[in-house]
Design a binder for this molecule. Structure first.
Ligand code: ATP
Ligand code: MG
Length: 418
């Protein structure tokens, strides 16, 4: 009886109701996934990462597109393995010294930081000191002023990380400021020394994470490097769909298949967009007292998502699509048509074909679009497009997340028109 009413076994129904999580605990567009239960896809990079962690002394560099899910990969995998980690944001760090200090500080070793700082003050205070290559400081009389050198040494840092047993994540490494070469070298040294201590300290590990298209841009010198490179690409449609399915299981909400399809399409490989749209569509359904998420909820979510992302992208979008005298709205047509195409690179033929479909005007010719294609690469059109130099007549969006935003805007405009 009850079974007929709720459509499945009572036991499962009871468990699912009581283990339901809140939408905002499952869909987190602003923050990485650190709970393995919420982690979708990524079989290959995940396996490479775990292999590395199981290999003594192996260090890891994770690279890929901005927002692809790099931090989530490291955090979820480490959590699943039961390994603790400290995440250092490299955003404002400008060189080796600052990096080492930031790590030591984070690991609660302010003693080293303070001692080295006060030594520096003493030195600046008049004592003429010589810092040798090995890092030990001597004054004029030749007395070594140990135990810590005037700056924290690679070895001190590895020692602290190793003894703590807490893995060190150096995140947003590409955003470090100032001397990038020095930062890369420092990370390289840390990796080398940590690898050499691999037997003593099982968890003296450094995980460098950064948005870059090659690992070499983050950690150069592959020859002496102890880093294993792990690439995190944008997500496939299957992986994006999986995020929604996991969310359904965790929250008890159900997304209609057409809603799922549209969310996955708009997101263009970016998990952040899936989280954002699911969160807001789920909330819209909740406001209407439903757990079934339908098209109307998605329309509302699209408006909310545009609102959230507006600051970041609207100015560029507006500049790109605005019409000027005689342009017949071609800039807008090109941007919208290209947003609808799959793949990063699109040929002129594909673009013209897409514009014809969009405008329902089979007469449009390549020549009529050339101006728009050219101008959309200029700053006054926010340089939203780029032309691939290696082949003739191939174009793409400069920022693929912007492309997802255009998809979102198109869906929004379509929704208001239709
Ligand atoms: N495997 C995954 N499963 C579910 N959600 C994910 C997954 N990977 C990433 N996400 C979600 O995608 C968004 C971006 O993830 P994350 O912050 O890890 O990316 P990132 O590559 O580190 O970004 P950035 O380049 O900005 O540092 C977050 O909302 C996160 O919750
Ligand atoms: Mg990140």
């Amino acid at each position: 009886m009850l079974e007929n009413f709720i459509g499945r076994s009572p036991a499962r129904w009871v468990t699912s109701v009581f283990s339901r999580r809140k939408l905002e605990d499952v869909f987190t567009p602003e923050t990485p996934v650190a709970d393995d239960k919420l982690f979708a896809g990524r079989e290959r990079p995940r396996q490479l990462f775990e292999d590395a962690m199981r290999s003594k002394g192996a260090q890891v560099v994770i690279y890929g597109e901005l927002g692809a899910g790099k931090t989530s990969l490291a955090e979820s995998a480490l959590s699943a393995m039961g390994w603790q980690y400290n995440r250092i944001q490299c955003e404002a760090i400008s060189g080796e010294d600052e990096l080492y200090r930031a790590i030591l500080h984070r690991y609660g070793e302010s003693r080293i930081v303070q001692e080295t700082q006060s030594r520096e003050q003493t030195m600046q205070g008049g004592l003429s000191t010589v810092v040798t290559a090995s890092g030990t400081a001597t004054d004029r009389s030749g007395i070594i002023r140990g135990p810590y050198a005037s700056r924290p040494l690679t070895q001190d840092v590895v020692d602290v990380v190793g003894r703590s047993g807490i893995v060190c994540i150096l995140d947003d490494f590409e955003k470090s400021v100032g001397n990038r070469d020095e930062m890369s070298r420092a990370a390289s040294f840390l990796g080398k020394v940590a690898a050499d201590f691999g037997n003593q300290y099982l968890r003296a590990r450094f995980i460098v994470i950064g948005a870059a298209d090659t690992a070499l841009k983050l950690i150069p010198d592959p020859v002496s490097s102890r880093y294993r490179e792990i690439h995190v690409p944008l997500m496939t449609r299957e992986e994006l769909t999986q995020i929604i399915q996991i969310g359904e299981r965790q929250t008890g909400f159900r997304f209609q298949s057409d809603v799922v399809r549209r969310i996955v399409y708009i997101s263009n490989g970016y998990p952040k967009f899936v989280h954002l749209l699911c969160l807001h569509a789920g909330r819209a359904a909740e406001r209407r007292g439903r757990r079934q998420v339908v098209t109307d909820d998605l329309e509302e979510a699209i408006r909310d998502a545009v609102e959230v992302l507006r600051r970041q992208y609207e100015d560029a979008y507006h500049r790109a699509v605005r019409s000027n005298a005689g342009s017949r709205g071609f800039h807008r047509h090109v941007v919208h048509a290209m947003a609808g195409l799959e793949g990063e690179r699109n040929t002129t033929e594909q673009i013209v074909e897409a514009v014809r479909r969009l405008t329902d005007d089979p007469q449009i010719k390549v020549n009529q679009l050339r101006n728009a294609l050219y101008q959309l690469q200029n700053v006054d059109r926010a340089a939203v497009l780029k032309r691939y130099e290696d082949s003739v007549g191939v174009y793409g969006f400069r920022d693929l997340m912007f492309k997802a935003y255009v998809r979102l805007r198109c869906e929004q405009e379509r929704g208001t028109v239709g």
